[in-house]
Design a binder for this molecule. Structure first.
Ligand SMILES: Cc1ncc(COP(=O)(O)O)c(C=O)c1O
Length: 479
């Protein structure tokens, strides 16, 4: 009974997990049954005891088994042999002080609507670039018929078109039962957090990262640790040190046109990351919300390089704006099932309406042409940004980007303070300083897609003015 087929290409601990789950599902193990001791399991599977411990810990955190002091490891007696209780800790959440809103953002939101303001802070495409399409002309009755087609994992026609697109764009093979439709990628992250992590667990993310600003991790008591990046992406040695020091449970990366740096992880680094995650048997979440906005051929997705090791997230927000709020998770079927159960427990059902709209948008005959036009426009805007950048001083350093929405500009001189960043607000130039994504204060994210050619020129004129003042402050401080 406790033996593995040697042909499977997934990590051994996952094979052990899968086998135990299968025994529970098929009734070979029943609620309350004892599992053999770790030592016996290790001997029978012919693996290290640590591999067995890892598999059992994962099964405990997923609720399939429980470990009791003195009586060993038992199959959980909860419904279907596991507890699907979501882990939102409301008591803890409500007992905490409301985190203070970042003062910079309070001020930024105050002036955001002012027509004089140049908003390069907002992380989405401007309205005029979002591809247009006709809304579906459904009668109410027809919509109700579509609603009846909904399944636990989402609206099947939308799931199918997502699978087709993933295959076409990324060579990623996924069946519809491996795709869960969510209300945006943020909900996808929230569900993963609820199902895969516990309070006190550590997660490795890029430093800087968009996730740094999300309250969902803090609320769940999950600790985020940033791993420094270089031009190839997350640094592997630094990640390994973190894994060893903090017992990381999950790695979340945004490898393509990363938010905020715009960086794309090289193929070499992708392979190294996968090798490291296999070594420590850690799952990777690939947050892939920008890859549709690519100017050049992209390296293969992490998911296509390691289908069982990687959980893939996508979203339509970056192409159709966040009002549609449709995202998806692609993962092994057993995890998708768990996530779907957690989603239902939290009553996160998604109305069929935005799903029908998303389906219509993606199957609209002109979608591909519109997307290509959008990419051409973005390319043009990027080129305009670079050529304007040539004409001003080189106080700011930045890397070339080949897609996505962001350019990351690093200040070359002394440390910047909040007061320095306040100057941008005074000039009504809204940018996203690095302290929103990290402990760093020396860089900023600029959404170049939001500027016309003329605004791009204005941006650099204002930047030049601000840089001179900040540089002048340095002079005052140094003397
Ligand atoms: C890297 C990244 N992941 C996830 C999200 C959330 O996406 P959604 O709007 O689909 O919830 C964003 C939004 O900006 C993002 O930049």
């Amino acid at each position: 009974m406790w033996k593995l087929e040697s042909t499977k290409k997934i990590p051994v601990y996952q094979q052990i997990m899968e086998q135990i789950i299968e025994y529970i599902q098929k009734g070979q193990l029943n609620p309350g049954d004892h599992l053999p001791s770790e030592r016996k399991l290790a001997a029978s599977y012919q693996v290290n005891r640590s591999t067995v411990v890892h598999a059992l810990e994962e099964l405990v955190s997923l609720g399939w088994i429980i470990r009791q002091q003195g009586s060993g490891t038992l199959v959980n007696e909860g419904r279907w042999g596991r507890s699907a209780t979501p882990r939102m800790n409301w008591r803890q959440l409500l007992s905490r002080e409301t985190p203070q809103t970042e003062p910079y953002l309070l001020e930024l939101h105050e002036i955001q609507k002012d027509t004089q303001t140049l908003d390069l802070y907002t992380g989405e495409l401007p309205l005029d670039l979002i591809p247009d399409f006709r809304l579906p002309a459904y009668t109410w009755e027809e919509l109700l018929i579509e609603e009846k087609k909904q399944r636990d994992l989402g609206y099947p026609p939308l799931q199918r078109i997502i699978c087709e697109r993933l295959y076409r764009e990324q060579g990623l093979e996924a069946a519809t039962n491996q795709v869960l439709i969510t209300s945006g990628a943020q909900q996808a992250l929230f569900l993963l957090l609820q199902v895969m992590l516990e309070a006190g667990d550590s997660v490795a993310i890029e430093d800087p990262s968009f996730l740094y600003s999300l309250p969902i991790f803090d609320t769940a008591g999950v600790r985020l640790y940033g791993v420094a990046m270089d031009e190839e992406g997350m640094q592997i040695e630094a990640l390994e040190q973190l894994i060893l020091a903090k017992r990381v449970k999950l790695i979340i990366v945004n490898p393509t046109f990363q938010n905020p740096t715009g960086n794309t992880m090289t193929l070499k680094r992708r392979k190294q990351l996968i090798a490291l995650s296999e070594k420590y048997q850690l799952p990777i979440v690939e947050d892939d919300v920008f890859s549709e906005l690519n100017f050049l051929q992209l390296p293969p997705s992490l998911k296509s390089l390691a289908p069982h090791q990687v959980i893939h997230l996508g979203s339509l927000s970056k192409i159709f704006g966040s009002s549609i709020k449709i995202g998806w998770i692609v993962a092994d079927q057993s995890l998708i099932q768990r996530l779907s159960e957690a989603k239902q427990m939290m009553d996160f059902s998604i109305s069929v309406f935005p799903q029908v709209v998303a389906y219509t948008a993606l199957t609209d005959q002109s979608f591909e042409t519109n997307r290509q036009e959008l990419i051409d426009t973005l390319k043009h805007k990027r080129d305009c940004f670079y050529s304007c950048a040539q004409s001003v001083s080189s106080d700011w350093q930045f890397e070339e980007i080949d897609g996505g929405l962001y350019v990351w500009l690093k200040w070359r001189h002394q440390k910047l303070t909040r007061k320095d960043w306040g100057l941008f607000l005074q000039e009504k130039l809204l940018v996203a300083p690095s302290f929103l994504f990290s402990n760093d204060t020396m860089a900023m994210r600029v959404n170049y897609s939001r500027m016309t050619e003329e605004e791009c020129y204005i941006f650099f004129v204002k930047l030049q003015k601000i840089s001179e003042i900040i540089g002048g402050r340095k002079y005052e401080r140094d003397n």
